[in-house]
Design a protein around this ligand. Sequence first.
Ligand code: HPA
Length: 270
Amino acid sequence: MYNKLVKCLKSVREKTDFVPEVGLILGSGLGDYADEIKIVTTVDYNDIEGFPVSTVVGHKGRFVFGYVGDVPVVIMQGRVHYYEGYPMQDVVLPTRLMGMMGIKKLFLTNASGGLNEYFKAGDLMIITDHITTAVPSPLIGKNIDELGTRFPDMSEVYSKRLQGVIKETAAELGIEVQEGVYVQFTGPNYETPAEVRLAKTWGGDAVGMSTAVEAMAARHMGLEVCGISCVTNMAAGISKTALSHKEVQETADRVAKEFKLLVETVIKKM
Ligand code: HPA
């Protein structure tokens, strides 16, 4: 796996020597934010040897290098999901690659279903912690000693400092934010009402199909991590209606402007 990462890095470095400080992964509905920054260059996932290429409609597949304010960033426009059929090590390969490109901080975004009954569709939730019990750990397999230790600590996956920056920024912008625990399931199906009840008893506030494993891989490498989830719908059984990708996209589009403003302002202060 490390050799594969080194090959991918070489492939990227043949195209650009840009060194980002912050990595940003864009979730559903946020993809076009990458087009709004000061773009220096882009690298298509297709052009990176050995890179897992995303197949989801609405997800472009490329790294966008550029500046948000004065901050050098790399943005993943389109992420890799476990439900696409890749081994979990491949799902986190792009995260690790961004770490090897030089990022020190990783900003994760996604869409999720609300478990917490105080939430409503359209809420933005600062991720305070996560539960990955329903998916394999991305760290299973031979440890990549070059990246981190065999038994990494996960007691503060989402940096308290960055959570504070997000909260402070949201208050300044007058954007209401929730806080909570994100539970990752495999997807691609939405959960059953029974699974939603289970995730609630586990202590979850929102449920989704990404992010937590990327956060783990980043923490394994010692990166500082934060994340915001857009609660696009109430989870199955809590919501009165059947769930659909269309509903998820419509809500994500509805709050995209606010979400993008928050993400952008936070990056400038990270
Ligand atoms: N479940 C899982 N993933 C999701 C959901 C959901 O309800 N909404 C958006 N992504």
